[in-house]
Design a protein around this ligand. Structure first.
Ligand SMILES: Nc1nc2c(ncn2[C@@H]2O[C@H](COP(=O)(O)OP(=O)(O)OP(=O)(O)O)[C@@H](O)[C@H]2O)c(=O)[nH]1
Ligand SMILES: [Mg+2]
Length: 318
């Protein structure tokens, strides 16, 4: 089996999109298989620049991303997209196809789009998203873009994988307040008021600038607030410029390196804990340990005591 995986990895690195698609499916479906495949990619390479697009549902994130993708393609950049919908039980094309609105790029071999729902992502959506981003990096994508609806903890965990986070809001009643409640003000590097063709866009942008000015600190990045009308493509170039500016700022200040190093540390600890959990589960197949389990189950052994004994046996501690 790993033979087959290594052949797929080789083909994927050589630019084969079908191999990339297959690897994504495998990585999404099983943490163990993902581990085997990602080990083949070697040490963490710089990979793709990770961009996160988040905000309330229906704000025009996908429409904006579609435009942004065209702008990036205009600069000959390769783009890998992951549309994450934690509330959707579906994965794959048919249902989410509509959400992504990327039909304009379907024939472009330098754009790859994947949808992720809660079903089928063994080991968590955030794990799967991070692993797919690594595949995009190995495939040679310049940008790996994550689109997610910014509402809950799962989404916040996912958006932490991004080097630059764009928060997309719309001039609808309470959107600014919602953003603050959902913790979006803290995570945004760039704020976009989309649907600028609608009333209240200017007012929302002023409100946002005001709240951002209150938390400003000298020497740090000052998140810009941009106006866009995504369905007409207005404001896309300015958005791309802001993204590039933020990337440069972080590179020059050293923040990007710090952010990525921290992410690697967190990922490593997660992997380590998952691996230990797997080890523990499989070690109960050994008679010595299953006996401890039986004694705990029957009430003969206190669970805390049982855990101490089990750990000692598992890790061969004296
Ligand atoms: N009036 C107006 N409508 C827009 C604009 N941008 C997007 N829309 C429309 O808003 C609707 C939602 O757009 P999407 O791009 O699907 O929004 P989304 O944020 O990706 O939605 P979810 O992924 O479902 O959360 C669509 O009908 C778009 O055509 C805009 O600038 N102005
Ligand atoms: Mg969308």
């Amino acid at each position: 089996m790993s033979e087959k995986h290594s052949a797929l990895v080789e083909r994927m690195i050589g630019g084969d999109r079908t191999a990339l698609a297959k690897l994504i499916t495998i990585v999404e479906g099983s943490r163990r298989d993902a581990s085997g495949i990602l080990k083949m990619l070697g040490p963490a390479s710089p990979g793709s620049y990770a961009l996160g697009i988040t905000g309330p549902p229906g704000g025009g994130k996908s429409t904006l991303l579609n435009r942004l993708t065209s702008a990036l393609r205009g600069k000959d950049k390769k783009v890998g997209i992951i549309a994450v919908d934690p509330t959707s039980p579906f994965t794959g094309g048919a249902v989410l196809g509509d959400r992504i609105r990327m039909l304009g790029h379907s024939g472009d071999s330098s754009v790859f789009i994947r949808s992720l729902g809660s079903r089928g992502t063994h080991g968590g959506l955030s794990r799967a998203t991070g692993d797919i981003m690594k595949l995009y990096g190995a495939f040679g994508m310049d940008y790996a873009v994550i689109e997610t609806v910014g509402v809950g903890q799962t989404e916040l965990d996912i958006i932490e994988l991004a080097d630059t986070v764009c928060v997309v809001l719309v001039p609808e009643a309470g959107d600014g307040i919602q953003a603050m409640k959902a913790g979006l003000m803290e995570i945004g590097d760039i704020f976009v008021v989309n649907k600028a063709d609608r009333q209240g866009a200017q007012r929302l942008s002023v409100e946002l600038r005001h709240s951002l000015s209150l938390v400003k600190s000298p020497g740090s990045w000052e998140p810009p607030v941009l106006l866009t009308t995504a369905d007409r493509g207005e404001g896309t170039e300015e958005l791309l410029e802001a993204i590039e500016k933020h990337a440069d700022f972080q590179t020059n200040s050293g923040e990007l390196k710090v952010k990525r190093n921290r992410r690697l540390e967190k990922e490593f600890l997660h992997i380590l804990m998952d691996t230990v959990t797997d080890e523990i589960e499989s070690s109960f197949e050994e008679p010595e340990l299953s006996e401890i389990l039986i004694r705990v189950k029957s009430g003969e052994l206190n669970p805390y005591e049982g855990a101490d004994v089990a750990i000692k046996k598992m890790f061969r501690k004296p």
